[in-house]
Design a binder for this molecule. Structure first.
Ligand code: BES
Ligand code: MN
Ligand code: ZN
Length: 492
């Protein structure tokens, strides 16, 4: 992996020695003459004007020690957002890699000594690390060159700290992506449990793993039932980070269905391979816990990850079955493909024992949410306006956007059962909302639900720092939220 460093600002940009120096340019603004030297024509001739997403490579500009200058456009200064900088850093790092260079340097587009500079360093470290990500574990031949050094040009101590924080935030996403991209024949519930043990080991947290027998004994019947027919046994994974003294914890819940075939209500085969990504919520929660530990956040956080496969089989649950979930409420199964809400309902009612300050669950829960918002935002539902706003802001700040959707009482009416309290599907219309309404039946604390079906993975690159495959979302949103709670984030 690339090493992110800072330094080299002593003699100004002219003295930076890197194979490539990247410099941000706002739209229609000038680049200092001492940088471009005799190559000022690149601007004058209109080849490059600083448009967002654009870049121009200039060889041997007269004013620099570096043999290559990459100008990266940020768009108009007036509409600048921190996410643009993540993308610019990713663009620069990937350009250096594709040129097979050893080192790249990046000049921050903000004034020396400002608080904005620390936030910028954070974003640049994130963008560069995430942009260079690729999942090559099962390629027998390494394809391509690795960039070994990426330096943010600055001698400012705050910037060095910002870069370090950014690298830790990126690591949370990288961990989540690695788990997501792993195929379901290796990423079993027990595999995730093992990863949880490793995270806990690294940071000195507590971990409890319930196996099939313990899941049944605990009355986590949704999880036990969905997992009944799978030979890879279910697990209920509990991690606890104690950084906040006696305070009640924030509880994070992540759906981790390591493969969702639909069960007896089997899915069409086209695209079914993507259902290995149905553990993305759990992956993001585990990535988040790794960052919480690395950043030593002074908050108490509990992570609950119900994990199972959803497969058909002689012992599988069936449409029409009725089960009693952990909370005591009964559910009539309309479709075995609405399995996520069953295992989440168990986790949400298990969470009550912590008397939590807040609970956030994230899950690839409904295709309907993907239809509603496309792949540009998670669906955000909840029962507490303050918490909803807090999570929304953490989404903006982290670049992992979430959009508020309603939970009207009418949606709850749609999931009333015939032979049981509830039914596990409300039909075709408002599918994301009836799923949210179902979960709402199991909470009695401030709660937000993030439906990440549209944003968790993608067949093609989404932006400069989000390559195809698992995106890791919403790990950075969750970390940003927790940093806010710790009084330390951009949204604090
Ligand atoms: N894991 C799926 C949701 C999903 C679908 C995520 C496509 C990502 C891409 C979930 O378990 C599911 O199957 N949901 C059903 C619910 C329906 C049967 C009520 C769906 O969305 O079709
Ligand atoms: Mn399903
Ligand atoms: Zn599912």
């Amino acid at each position: 992996m690339v090493r992110i460093a800072t330094g080299g600002d002593g003699g100004g940009l002219a003295k930076v020695e890197a194979d490539l120096l990247a410099m941000c340019v706002f739209e229609d603004e000038d680049v200092p003459r001492e940088v471009l030297g005799d190559k000022a024509g690149v601007l004058k001739d209109g080849d490059f004007s600083g448009k967002k997403g654009s870049s121009a490579l200039v060889y041997n500009p007269g004013g620099l020690a570096s043999p290559r200058l990459l100008l990266v456009g940020l768009g108009p200064r007036s509409s600048f957002k921190i996410d643009t900088l993540r993308r610019a850093a990713a663009t620069a790092a990937k350009r250096a890699r594709s040129l097979k260079l050893g080192s790249a340097a990046f000049a921050l587009p903000v004034q020396e000594g400002s608080a904005a500079r620390v936030a910028a360093a954070e974003a640049v470290a994130e963008g560069a690390t995430l942009g260079l990500y690729s999942f090559d574990l099962y390629k027998t031949k390494a394809d391509g060159h690795e960039l070994s050094n990426f330096t943010i040009v600055s001698d400012d101590e705050g910037v060095a700290e910002g870069a370090e924080t950014g690298a830790k935030l990126a690591a949370a996403t990288v961990l989540a992506r690695d788990l997501q991209n792993e195929p379901s024949n290796t990423a079993t519930p027990e595999f995730l449990a093992q990863k949880a043990r490793e995270i806990v080991e690294r940071h000195g947290m507590d971990v409890t793993i319930l196996d099939r027998a313990a899941i049944e004994a605990e009355g986590l019947n949704g999880l036990a039932t969905v997992g009944r027919s799978a030979s890879n046994e279910p697990r209920f994974i509990v991690l606890e980070h104690k950084g906040g003294g006696d305070e009640a914890p924030v509880v994070l819940v992540g759906k981790a269905v390591t493969f969702d075939s639909g069960g007896i209500s089997i899915k069409p085969s086209a695209g079914m391979e993507d259902m290995k990504f149905d553990m993305s919520g759990g992956a993001a929660v585990l990535g988040t816990m790794d960052a919480v530990g690395a950043l030593r956040l002074p908050v108490n956080v509990v992570a609950l990850v119900p994990s199972t496969e959803n497969l058909p089989g002689g012992d599988a649950f069936k449409p029409g079955d009725v089960l009693e979930l952990h909370s005591g409420k009964t559910v009539e199964i309309v479709t075995t493909d609405a399995e996520g809400r069953l295992i989440l309902a168990d986790a949400l009612s298990y969470a009550k024992r912590y008397e939590p300050l807040a609970v956030i669950d994230c899950a690839t829960l409904t295709g309907a949410c993907h239809v509603a918002l496309g792949d540009h935002a998670s669906g955000l539902m909840g029962n507490d306006d303050g918490l909803i706003e807090e999570v929304r802001n953490a989404g903006e700040a982290s670049g992992e956007r979430a959009w508020h959707l309603p939970l009207f009482d009418e949606y709850t009416e749609q999931i009333r059962g015939n032979t049981a309290d509830l039914r596990n599907s409300g039909g075709r219309y408002g599918g994301a909302l009836t799923a949210g309404a179902f979960l709402k039946e199991f909470v009695d604390y401030p709660w937000v639900h993030l439906d990440i079906a549209g944003v968790a993975y993608s067949a093609k690159a989404k932006n400069a720092y989000t390559p195809k495959g698992g995106s890791g979302a919403p790990a950075r949103l969750l970390v940003e939220f927790l940093r806010g709670r710790a009084g330390d984030g951009a949204t604090a």
